[in-house]
Every structure is written in structure tokens, then in C-alpha cells.
Design a protein around this ligand. Sequence first.
Ligand code: XIL
Length: 363
Amino acid sequence: MPFGPYRGGGLALAAVAWLAACGGGADGGSSATGPIIPPVDTDTFPLRALAQQAGIRIGSAGDRGFRWTGSDGSSFRSILSREFSVLTPENDMKFDHLHPAPTTYYFAGADSLVAFAQQNQMVVRGHTLVWHQQLPRWITSGGFGADEAWQQLSDHIATVVSHFKGKVFAWDVVNEALNDDGSLRSGYWFDHIGRSYIELAFRAARAADPNVALFYNDYNIEGIGPKSDSVYAMVKDFLVRGVPINGVGFQAHFTLNGLPSTLGANIARFAALGLKVHITELDVRVPVPSSNASLASQAQNYHDVVAACIQNKGCELVTTWGFTDKDSWVPSTFPGQGDALPWDSFFQRKPAYRSIYNALAGR
Ligand code: XIL
């Protein structure tokens, strides 16, 4: 797997990279004892290098902005590749995008993101194999029965996971299968197959790629509560029964100051099962228009999430759901809310960027 244990490694490399970028030599500001932490806002010292130094990775989702032409497109791609070492296709690997007709697969969109990631030494998180949303009409309006749904699920997973074998280091195998009270959510796969669709999906993914990390991903499971308790029980049962699973993704779509105080403890209890935790879709939405005060609170929220990941050993990465307010799902999904990401609509760094930087630097 191209994803190694980074915690504790890479300090020398990151420091050397910064010194080289500054044109500095042995006396380029280093002290004999401590790590070299350049001041915030140095264009030359990217978040991804600081993250490596801190023992985690930092990533972003993206696909629309990635395809923009003109200066916005080049700003998008250059910040993406400079600052982040994990790329999650925001939509391009979803069922409706990859599998628009029963025997038609369309891989070109996702493949272009994978190629970009490889060119820029980024790893790719696959998102997502099984979800109740973004399903094509040929699935949802086909009048299918249980056996057909089972076949569709197996075929889709086998084809997609095989296609990206060796190119994707982790898959969100099943996304958002639970309601907030911890019960199983109604949707195409559950309604047709029943609760076994979840483990079927994990087994099918493992059969197609023995090495890729397999994740269950959901929202409102970042703190300890009925929904995360239900995930905990499910994955513990999977481990006992040998259903293949490697980790849990906390989406982390937060409202301002909406972080659960139990985030760290929750990461720790999943890690104690031997599972990895990924913060997979972090954003912190604020009422718009935002203010200096709300953006300062947002920055503190970003800091706390990144720090919680660094401080809890099972947590391997933090991925933000996009990085610029120019391209975020928030305004259209949560009317009256926006400005949820670390760069503003003009690709300028916000206080949230600086607080991520500081959290990664251990400040
Ligand atoms: C969102 C994308 O950001 C949007 O562009 C798309 O229109 C809908 O899906 N949880 C998830 C993500 O797991 O896949 C969702 O992404 C956001 C919520």
C-alpha cells in the first residue's frame, strides 16, 4: 500500500525541503535541537509537509474545481497539489458517475484525478462504493428485486475496485448507512437486500483488492452518541466475524462551534479495536455573511479537529471537503450557511488555514 506509517517520520525531509526552498543551508534558521517550524504564511512550506512531520496526512476533496479552465483552474490545481497529499474525488467515483447505464462504466473523469494525484505524489481515497444517494435512475426506477440488487451491488464493487486496484489506498465502502438514532437507514440497498448489504459490500471489496483499506463512512458519528455507538457495535461485530474492515471515516461536516467534546475519546475507542480513523469530509459552515469573529471561531474549530487527529494515534488523516469557498457543497445544501473552508473564494488563505498550519506545527 502506498500509505505508510508517517507518524514520527519525515521531519528531516520536511525541514530539508523548506530550507532548500528558502535557499537556506545548514544555518538557514535551524536550531540544533528542535524541529524547524517556519512561520505561518510562508508560501514555500506546505501543509502536507507539516502534516508528514506531525505523523498524519492532510487531504482535500475536489473534482469540479479541478476541471476549471483559466486562472481559477490553475489556482485550484496548484494549491491542491502543493498543500495536500490526499485527494478524494468529490463526485467522480460515485455510482451515478461511474456506472450510468447497466453495462456502461465511465472511468475517464476519475482516472484524470488519479493521474493528477500520482503526478503530484498524492494518494487517493476512493469515495464511495455504496450509498443511498447519487444512484442512477436505471437502478432506482428499474423495478428490481432482492436478487438483482445483490447482483448489481456485487458487480459494481468488483468492477470499480478492480479498476482502481493499486491506485486507491482506501475505499469508503459503505457511506451513511445509519440514521441519527443508530438504526439502519432506509434506501435502495437496505430496502432491497436488508442489513446484510453492508457486509456483502465489504466482502466484495476485499475480494477485488486484497490490499486496499476498507472504511465505513458517516456523519454525526464524530462524537460518542447513539449513532457512533451503533457504528461501534457494527464494526466490532464485523471484526469478531471476520468481515473485512480497516477503518471508520468521520465525515466531520460541522456547524460553527458544533464539534463534539468527545471527538478524541471517540477516535480512541475505534483505534482500540485496531481500526484506523480518517476525518474524511471536514468543513465548518458559518452563517453568511461571515464576520471576523465567526471566521476566528471557525479557525479554532479547524485547529481542534486537526489537533485531535494528531493526538490520537489511530487517526491517520484529515481531509477537508474541498478547500476554497468558491467550490463547496455547503451554500446550496444549507441555505444561509457558507464560507466553510480554509481558503476564501479568491484563493486567499483564511484564519482557518493558519490554524490548521499551527495545529500541524504543534502549536
Ligand atoms: C456531496 C458533494 O459535495 C456535492 O457536490 C454533491 O452534489 C452531493 O454530494 N456526504 C458525502 C459526500 O459522503 O459524498 C457528499 O458530497 C456530502 C455529504
